[in-house]
Write a protein that binds this ligand. Structure first.
Ligand SMILES: Nc1ncnc2c1ncn2[C@@H]1O[C@H](COP(=O)(O)OP(=O)(O)O)[C@@H](O)[C@H]1O
Ligand SMILES: [Mg+2]
Length: 420
């Protein structure tokens, strides 16, 4: 038995984290400005699995001084890390941040002593919050927000000269429903911080690409408060460094050393097209498939293809519904395969007729049915143009095709997927 370092189902720790230099540079600049009293809030958007939470985790390590900045600088922020996925109202959001502040304080005994008044206030607040919640009384949102600002100001005041400031990280920020009015709240919150002279408090948030439109719907100018970054897939060499870093971690833990061949590294990079969650999944399964402590391309293919292998796992998590369950016709799937070769670019119907090899009539029917089932998107401004909703869906389809060719056993994967 060997420890497998790859994490297809959880965030990458700083030890395996690769790439994101531009983003980290920008975020470090935001932290630096905040240290000097001019907070620059930031927002990270990107598809599911592209690495938003892992980036926030790395930023947490950067802000607390666990890892050094790109230019060698070191930071000491108090970090409040909040997951907004369960927050359906403003008061829930505010309370989560308050509870997060209390949690962060409790980890710093000295600061907690100094900010005793804040600590006690938050303790009462929490109790109050629970009671109100139970009795389903609506607490006035404005009061809650100003209580929070008050607590943050108190903490900053008590810690003057000892830390750089407070960093509030909001993950899954796209999840609160539109009527939770996150955009309006953040606008109000940042303005109040400013008025209270809390220049050392900065907000960083992450969410799906739906986040910005949602914020805008809540308050037109709220996205402008944030410096925005869109996460793209990793570069080839960055994908390889993820895998190499993982093998290094494995070799530090396991008495038996594992090596990886250049073509295995190459194959993982190619199949994953730089999608971090694909890299982790392919690498994890290849590591499991390996029998001789030397990971090669055959292990990658076997790991990808085996019954509960990488492609099946990715399918279960993201794509089976779109590719298998909602598309029962083999010829419709051929249309999806042809589209996948174009990534998530717009493709003209004529091109698909040439490339899908199933006849114009079937392509027409497939495009109509797939659009209706919201599996593909139709261009509203041009006739006859369609695309897949995400690049990662295209990557997954391409990987299935490519692995099928490599393994030369066409029916196996499909059989597995239909069996569940
Ligand atoms: N920069 C990175 N380096 C290495 N692995 C990463 C990186 N970013 C993400 N991952 C891995 O990719 C997967 C998805 O990452 P996650 O941060 O949860 O994405 P998101 O929050 O965007 O859905 C996880 O398995 C994680 O370990
Ligand atoms: Mg996430």
């Amino acid at each position: 038995m060997k420890f497998n370092p790859f994490k297809p189902n959880s965030m990458a720790g700083p030890g395996m984290f690769s790439g994101r230099f531009d983003e980290l540079q920008t975020i470090e600049k935001c932290l630096f400005q905040t240290r000097h009293g001019n907070p620059q809030h930031f927002l990270i958007e990107g598809e599911r699995g592209i690495g938003k939470s892992s980036l926030l985790l790395f930023v947490n390590a950067l802000a607390t001084g666990t890892v050094a900045g790109l230019s060698g600088g070191s930071y000491s922020f108090l970090v409040i890390s909040v997951d907004l996925s369960q927050c359906d109202t403003v008061s829930r959001i505010v309370r989560e941040i308050g509870v997060g502040l209390k949690g962060a304080l409790s980890e710093r005994t000295q600061l907690k002593e100094k900010a005793k008044a804040v600590w006690e206030f938050l303790t009462n607040w929490e109790v109050l919050g629970v009671r109100y919640h139970r009795e389903e009384v609506n607490i006035d949102e404005g009061t809650l927000a100003s209580d929070l600002v008050h607590s943050i100001a108190g903490t900053l005041e008590s810690s003057k000269g000892e830390m750089d400031g407070i960093l509030i990280l909001l993950d899954e920020a796209d999840r609160p429903p539109e009527d939770a009015q996150l955009g309006a709240f953040l606008k109000l919150f940042t303005e109040r911080l400013q008025r209270k002279d809390c220049g050392n408090c900065v907000i960083g948030m992450a969410g799906l690409p739906t986040l910005i439109p949602k914020m805008r719907a809540s308050h037109e100018s709220s996205p402008r408060v944030f410096e925005t970054m869109t996460l793209a897939p990793l570069e080839r060499h960055e994908s390889s460094s993820v895998v190499e870093a993982g093998i290094k971690i494995a070799n530090e833990t396991n008495p038996i050393q594992t090596s990886i061949s250049p073509d295995a590294l190459e194959l993982i990079s190619v199949l994953s097209e730089g999608y971090p969650h694909f890299i982790q999944q392919f690498a994890y399964c290849a590591f499991e498939a390996d029998r001789d402590n030397s990971l090669d391309a055959t292990d990658v293919v076997e790991g990808a293809f085996s019954e509960n292998g990488a492609l099946a796992q990715l399918g279960h998590k993201y794509f089976n519904k779109m590719y298998f369950e909602n598309v029962t016709s083999e010829s419709y799937r051929s249309v999806l395969n042809a589209m996948a070769r174009h990534g998530n670019e717009w493709v003209n119907r004529k091109v698909l007729i040439e490339e899908a090899n199933v006849g114009a009539f079937i392509v027409g029917n497939a495009l109509r049915a797939l659009t209706e089932r919201e599996i593909i998107i139709q261009d509203s401004s041009r006739r006859g143009y369609y695309k897949l909703p995400t690049q990662s869906f295209a990557t997954w389809i391409n990987a299935i095709k490519s692995v099928e060719e490599k393994a030369g056993k066409d029916a196996v994967f499909r059989g597995n997927a239909e069996a569940d």
